[in-house]
Design a protein around this ligand. Sequence first.
Ligand SMILES: Nc1ncnc2c1ncn2[C@@H]1O[C@H](COP(=O)(O)OP(=O)(O)O)[C@@H](O)[C@H]1O
Ligand SMILES: [Mg+2]
Length: 357
Amino acid sequence: MSSYVRDILSRYDLDNLSIATLASHSSLQIVHGAKKEGFRTLLVVTDDRLWFYRQFRHLVDDFVVVKRWSELCSEDVIEALRKRNSIFVPHGSFIEYVGIECATRLPIPIFGLRSLFPVEADQHAKMRLLGSAGIPIPRVYSVDEEPGGLVIVKLPGAKGGRGYFIASSKGEIVQGLRKLLDEGVVRSVDGVMVQEYLVGVTAYFHYFYSPVLDRLEITGADIRYESDVDGLRRIPVKKLLELGLEPTFTVVGNIPVVLRESIMPVVMDYGARFVEATKTQLPPGVIGPFCLEAVIGRDTGVRVFEFSGRIVAGTNLYIDGSPYTYLYWDEPMSVGRRISREVKLALERGVLEKVVT
Ligand SMILES: Nc1ncnc2c1ncn2[C@@H]1O[C@H](COP(=O)(O)OP(=O)(O)O)[C@@H](O)[C@H]1O
Ligand SMILES: [Mg+2]
């Protein structure tokens, strides 16, 4: 924890903390869990969404209304958050909404590892971290290399929607990139990532690392339902060829999955490697929820193509706990609630500085 954050915390009334987040993504789960643990809650909400979040007034003590998400870093909003002794919980949409600059400098104690944000914002840095952790990853090619098979080409900022495409040769990669530029889908191809396309089933593993208990917990797993890559299988292959459609990977929802138990030791091992790598490279290391995004191939080999260092929306499936959280807690424990439980445990032990940065 920086001395700056320590200084803000020293002026907080620790008996009256608020758990705060942006009204989106997994915010209802986060405030629901915070209430269960006895905290006050605060949502920063855009004015067009206020009517919706007001339906859940019983879960939200304070709304801070903004016109645009970027106002999070404005003086007024910071002041409102501090007045309520807020611990801010960054969720999956956080950086996308407020931008990396505001996310990194937000002068409010953050539940999580701030120094992981810039790594998450850079696809190459992300893959380097996973690789150095000893987690199996897909092969990464440079743009001017002839790939040895099928690849997925990811443009920064494209977010799985238009801007990701599948190719099988250098010629196709160059052609695909030119098309995206010509159509104005992207303005530049800087930072493009060419990754081996993994054949298998996708699975997204949810974890929670507790610095207070020094324990890694598996909290769940999900499958992302992505349009239209998941819809294309409903069309006969012959017709698909006629259409020549490029699949897109925009998440529209999450489907629960319970993993074959023999895969669990592998999942746990990869999670532990991730924790260790962040401890070494970005001390004090990951705090709270994170997710490894993987493809499980033939022979149940697991390879990880991306990670998220924050709570993912797939955890919304398990607001009453998952088959895994029951093994640790034996009570309904969503990840939202687990975050607040960690804050509570840290407070009780006088080690709040272990869970905020
Ligand atoms: N190496 C890969 N092999 C197969 N499918 C992939 C690979 N990388 C990504 N995908 C598919 O594309 C989706 C989006 O890719 P991802 O790297 O997670 O980007 P983002 O989440 O930022 O949109 C994934 O959820 C998955 O369905
Ligand atoms: Mg992803």
